[in-house]
Design a protein around this ligand. Structure first.
Ligand SMILES: NC(=O)c1ccc[n+]([C@@H]2O[C@H](COP(=O)([O-])OP(=O)(O)OC[C@H]3O[C@@H](n4cnc5c(N)ncnc54)[C@H](O)[C@@H]3O)[C@@H](O)[C@H]2O)c1
Ligand SMILES: O=C(O)[C@H](O)COP(=O)(O)O
Length: 594
């Protein structure tokens, strides 16, 4: 009599303490088992099942972007939501689009209960989005990094020139009926040194324009290539050299833990007396109290600020009220042209993500170029299915901690990006035994959180590297199997697959070579090799009208042990599986859902 490892695999995990649901060390989250076929979710991101997805646009977005969104989604434009209102609405939304004025906090992701799949930031800075929480919830974050670059650079130059010539103060004075020509004598820009702090998209455009004004431009950016700076006649220098030699300092770095309050008491003390500061980056890169002190002490002669630590700033904000400060309400990206461009850029990114495409502007997921994706597509399927098979082969015992994936390929290692494949194996390993939705965004995080270590190895094959991969092998160490024949000579559960004519196939189980296409579900059956076995099992399945899609037998030798792999289109009933187990030559079998 065969060891009966039935189709109740998924249901089993619901009640048994030694069940698979407790195997990945994830505790509570894993205890929710699924006994019915799960709704298959796309590998990358999203489309709402059964109808259009809903996109919440929480801040003003250009019409062109709204029109693009409306082609594929229900669009809810609700501005000025309180944090509570946002949390209430979000549970009904598949995507959210914001600018810098909305804080997308962990509470928002939690309130979405897994429905929110894309956050689109209509602009560059993503410091208002809790990226860690987004990643943990498998939510893709995309931004629109290019469309407002010129607008921000032009605003930086506008502030620079307006500050140097007291335009704002003089305007207010004239409007107040005064005519104070000697009070508003300015400073010239030509020949002065401008330090651009952050030589990225905006910083380099500011530098280019400042050169046109006759300024000597230096820049500090630890990550910018020197040749890009040289190409526009800018010298990259150290932080201290930049701030101590500049007449004007213009800030263009992102707000991160490393740049937070990067201008502070200590750094102001190193500056040239009478320096002028421009900030169109983020308020948080300046310690605002320290700037007030530096202005009062005359170290900083003037400041021009578009951004503030708290926006809008409080009415009694000393910087805003300071006579030597000019301020704008975060207008850097606010030109008609930039807003139109940003709206289109973010709408396209969100629509693409909702269709399950990998976004070129993803902030919290690895970029996989579309040509690589097309090539890897069948292997992505194979990877997920091998993960699903491998985890279903585990019997009770200690938790899964260690999975080894081996890729055999004629491609040089640098030419084979396995992040996507690893993510899909992780998805296959975790989803069948939990209620966690795993995608490219959260796969590594989810594996880590569950103490699941996935190591990767490559075997370099001779021959033509036309196909990216020859085979993928998944091995799970230190576990027992409910199908003993799945254990390799070295003691791990081992499954291996290939892609044949674009279709994933299972080609090895343990030490047995098989060949069954990975579609529908699979019965693995070990028996004593003898005539008539295929017919017997086939006719039991036929009795229940279960269609066999594929069948193959691998054996140790004639009349010895054989493993039969049977692909079935419909899941057989428990009775049918029981009848297969009762065939005298059958030693063990499992039914595996793909
Ligand atoms: N005021 C606005 O409306 C407005 C509009 C657009 C952009 N921004 C802000 O401007 C900033 C720059 O935007 P971008 O599009 O040029 O981004 P970017 O990513 O192209 O450039 C940022 C640059 O900062 C550099 N950097 C990172 N850490 C640094 C550090 N410690 N010191 C110096 N440089 C560092 C990076 O290497 C990068 O080159 C961002 O903060 C963005 O949010 C504001
Ligand atoms: O980071 C950005 O893109 C700018 O700060 C613009 O922000 P906004 O979209 O709120 O104008």
């Amino acid at each position: 009599m065969a060891a009966f490892a039935s189709s109740s695999f998924l249901a089993l995990s619901k009640s048994s303490p030694s069940s698979l649901s407790s195997k990945l060390g994830g505790g509570g989250a894993f205890s929710v088992a699924v006994s019915l076929p799960r709704r298959r979710r796309p590998a990358f991101v999203v489309l709402a099942v059964g109808g259009k997805p809903t996109v919440l646009v929480a801040e003003k977005l250009g019409e062109a972007g709204i029109d693009l969104l409306k082609e594929v989604a229900n669009v809810d434009c609700s501005y000025n939501l309180s944090p509570e209102e946002l949390c209430t609405k979000i549970s009904l939304c598949d995507a959210l689009i914001v600018r810098s004025g909305t804080k997308v906090t962990r509470d928002v992701f939690e309130a979405s209960s897994g429905r929110l799949k894309v956050v689109g930031r209509a602009g560059v800075g993503i410091d208002n989005v809790d990226l860690a929480a987004a990643t943990e919830h498998g939510c893709l974050v995309v931004n629109a990094p290019t469309a407002n670059t010129v607008a921000a650079a032009e605003h930086g130059i506008a502030l620079l020139t307006a500050m140097a010539r007291n335009v704002a103060q003089a305007d207010a004075s004239v409007k107040a009926g005064k005519w104070q020509r000697s009070k508003y004598v300015g400073v010239s820009l030509v020949g002065k040194t401008l330090a651009v702090m952050g030589f990225g998209k905006v910083g380099s455009e500011v530098a280019r324009r400042a050169k046109g004004l006759g300024m000597h431009v230096i820049a500090h950016d630890p990550y910018a290539p020197a040749d890009r700076a040289h190409a526009i006649g800018v010298e990259l220098v150290s932080f201290d050299e930049a701030i101590s030699t500049a007449d004007f300092i213009s800030l263009h770095m992102p707000l991160t833990s490393a740049t937070s309050k990067i201008l502070n008491d200590e750094t102001f003390a190193k500056m040239k007396k009478g320096v002028r500061i421009i900030n169109v980056a983020r308020g948080g890169v300046i310690d605002e109290e320290a700037l007030v002190k530096a202005l009062d002490a005359g170290i900083v002669a003037q400041a021009a600020l578009d951004v503030f630590t708290v926006e809008p700033p409080l009415k009694d904000n000393k910087l805003v009220l300071h006579e030597q400060v000019i301020a704008t309400p975060h207008l850097g990206a606010s030109t008609m042209e930039a807003q139109e461009g940003v709206a289109i850029e973010i709408a396209e990114a969100v629509v693409g993500a909702l269709k399950g495409e990998l976004a070129a502007t993803a902030v919290n997921a690895p970029m996989v170029p579309s040509e690589v994706l097309t090539e890897l597509k069948p292997f992505v399927k194979l990877a997920e299915k091998l993960g699903r098979l491998a985890v279903q082969l585990i019997a009770g015992g200690s938790g899964v901690k260690s999975v080894k994936v081996t890729y055999a390929s004629a491609r040089a290692p640098d030419d084979l990006d396995t992040r996507l494949l690893r993510a899909m194996i992780t998805k296959g390993l975790i989803e069948p035994i939990s209620n966690v939705f795993v995608n490219l965004v959260n796969a590594d995080f989810t594996a880590k959180q569950r103490g699941l270590r996935i190591s990767e190895e490559r075997i370099l094959l001779d021959g033509s590297p036309e196909s990216p991969l020859e085979s993928i092998q998944v091995q799970i160490a230190n576990v027992e199997s409910r199908f003993a024949s799945a254990i390799s000579d070295s003691g791990e559960i081992k499954v291996e697959g290939k892609v044949k004519d674009g279709i994933p196939h299972l080609t090895r189980v343990g030490t047995f070579e098989v060949d069954v296409s990975l579609e529908g579900s699979i019965i693995l059956c070990r028996q004593v090799d003898q005539p008539g076995m295929i017919g017997k099992v086939g006719s039991i399945l036929g009795d229940e009208n279960v269609n066999v899609s594929f069948m193959s037998v691998g054996r140790t030798g004639p009349r010895q042990h054989a493993v039969m792999a049977i692909g079935v289109d419909e899941p057989p009933s428990n009775d049918t599986l029981k009848r297969i187990g009762e065939v005298p030559a059958v030693e063990e079998f499992v039914f595996l859902k793909l």
